[in-house]
Design a protein around this ligand. Sequence first.
Ligand SMILES: C[S@@+](CC[C@H](N)C(=O)[O-])C[C@H]1O[C@@H](n2cnc3c(N)ncnc32)[C@H](O)[C@@H]1O
Length: 879
Amino acid sequence: MGEVESPLQVEPVSIMDGDAFHGRNMLTEKLEHSVQDHNGKEVLNCIGSNPLDYNTPCQDTIKRYSLYCDKHIPSWLKRARNGKSRIIPKEVFIDLLKDCHSLDQKLSLHCACELFYKLFKSILSLRNPVPMEIQLQWALSEASKDFSIGELLLKLVCTEKERLTKYGASVLMKMYMFLPLSWKNQQFCPWLLIVAMMMKNHLNANFAQRSFLMTKSLATTGWTITKRKHNGFLEVMRAPSAWTHLLTGNFWKPIHFGNVEELWLHVLSVHPAEFRLSKVAQPDNLPSGEEKEDSLQKLEQDNKASVENNSENLGGIRKFICKFCGLKFDLLPDLGRHHQAAHMGPNLFSSRHPKRGVRYYAYRLKSGRLSRPRFKKVLGAATYRIRNRGSASMKKRIQASKSLNIGVLSVQSQVTDLATLGRLAEFQCSAVANILFSEIEKTKPRPNNLDILAAARSACCKVSLKASLEGKYGVLPERLYLKAAKLCSEHNIRVKWHQEGFICPRGCKSFKDPGLLPPLMPLHNGFVGKQSAHSSDHMSNAWEVDECHYVIDLCDFSEIPRQKSTVLCNDISFGKELIPIACVIDEDVLASLNVFADCLTVKLLSSPCLGKALPISQDHCMINLTIMLLRHMLSLYPMLQNLQLGCACPDSLCSPETCDHVYLFDTDYEDARDIYGKFMHGRFPYDDKGRIILEEGYLVYECNHMCRCSKTCPNRVLQNGIRVKLEIFKTKNKGWAVRTGEPILRGTFVCEYIGEVLDEQEANERRGRYGEQGCSYMYNIDARTNDMSRLIEGQVKYVIDATKYGNVSRFINHSCLPNLVNHQVLVNSMDSQRAHIGLYASRDIASGEELTYNYQYDLLPGEGYPCHCETSKCRGRLC
Ligand SMILES: C[S@@+](CC[C@H](N)C(=O)[O-])C[C@H]1O[C@@H](n2cnc3c(N)ncnc32)[C@H](O)[C@@H]1O
């Protein structure tokens, strides 16, 4: 395992670091290479550098009126192609450059231009899912780090205000919503001047009353607004008293709105008193003189009218009446909401599906997903590949990896009794089919009902039915056997649904799969049960069956035979997990390592075969939901955190009918299905036992810290941490591994993949540092990012690196036929890039079985290392 830097030592990714330039310090260094020409006039070398070697500054001389040589001219200064205009017009740049008298200023100009370019290219980009206010806020906070950059950015903005005006309306309102947050974080606010300038644009663009509202809000929160004209825009000054006021947090909590109209309606209904024009802070370009007075009065009257004329005093109780439909409301906000939902008209919502009302948009805006293109099954490396390649064979592989494999739970070899099930109820058929067929792939056209029935009529037992169907149609999906069981039951076709140990009168060979469950037989109460060697007392252990899902009492599971093992550490999580995770070495591995238990403590610690005695140290052990983030991610965190929204469920346990997370999921994924093929609509991703029922590839929306529900809410699973007994053990040829110390039912959350979140560049650097073997703890997230500067350049892959920091998940090995599946789970943020990676049981798992998931590495022929998963599906290579 290679050495890893602390995440805090990792330089934040900054736009200043991008492209051919390596940040301000670098620029400064490079400019020291300037020389004097024979006229004594300063000639600068280009500030660019060799992209392959940032330490080698460019020696070329700069082009006239620029800071760059031909090779290093940045995109924003390049000649525009196809008649398109540059984002930063050349003349604007030259003008600004002429005003820069020192090298520092020139460097700041470069940075400001970069920032401006990236910001507006990003805003203009249709495929950028990051809400504009986030992009703005990010850029402004970057600019605020350096006064001169901020100042130059401001100048750029001023010269480009035409263009900005186009975005002004929504940008301004959105910035308004986010202002309190920003104020807390900023020292100096060049961006505030931008806001003011935009306000000015707004005033010109018939948004006088709204701008006024904002101006007034600025004033009431302690900001002094002067009407002094400065380069054509208002100047806003901060009054020092505002800080404490804002920092107490009680004064003004930002409320988020889907669009300008929503905000406007809110203001009209909730703040009628505040929304009265006063002469305290009139925006300076409202109509002047009498005209201005008139318009102000008119505005005031209109606004009062919109609220007051709509109210009525009924028996001493004030009612608010909708002027469109006459409905009465006790509270103004209710009227506002009703108005918005019922009468906001097609101009505002027409392009949307009618069911997507206020709640939907408010949520999506707040969650930062308003502008995100409709989510497909975006997540999970597997699905990502399906989406991008559409390869049928990949789909097949993935289907295989998540196929039920239900029967791998218990082996009871002594069972020989023939169990013939009579006519089955539907739920029993489901259970039977689930248990019968463990691993199914679709390779040929599927048989129809008649084909199945024909095969069933000539079958004596499930072995022969399976053989005859698969002989004709190849490996079939699990659903088909569910159907077969059902059809047989409906048509009273007697097929002996049996498993291990069955001797078919016609000589069919039983399955040899050690994972299969023992034979089934009807219980007294009509449920399907399994017969076991010591089964008389087990007979009463009924299976709970709900439609296609069955649950078996844990005591019905047998264990994989365990050998004696030596415990190296009772809890490798050092108390951080709820359930201790032991680290052990089995006898046979010890023997193969020539280390004996009696001198283990001495020898183990120094054994080169074992490497470190314990695979993880206390300092590097992390628990769920404590992902280490790079600094640049952390710097975004305050605002991203704000993008999460609590659901409206009033109780400590959410219900799917009221939970916004279900609502949001349903609107994002209308066609989502559960693992049994049923539509997910109106359901939590987890069943009432907390087991995931959602098909792989969809985001899971869990409740979060903003919800009122408690930890036991059925929509909180991953965040509650590991609840199954796990054990780390040493294998002969795969290093450390994880096994379960108890039976795990399909869908159970096992653990979260924890580590440092890296962007691809950092990940690649680390891979280089770790060496070939060391990349083994990297998990590719394959999701999009909210870091807008990267979005401009294209999709960025993120990687979780558990090399230095991690939890038990880092020891889970790969298998080509795994028993875990990953789901991406949204908890603290609605940003899919910040989803948690949850590993869930993809089938029932017996106690003592090794836990594995499919690493899904892309393999080119000849690449990778030998895979030792030893399953029937092994592809032979690992990475
Ligand atoms: C995430 S780590 C798993 C824990 C690891 N076995 C250890 O000892 O720390 C991944 C590495 O484990 C090894 N590994 C995992 N699955 C394997 C497999 N099926 N066959 C061979 N090696 C495997 C490979 O070296 C791989 O790079």
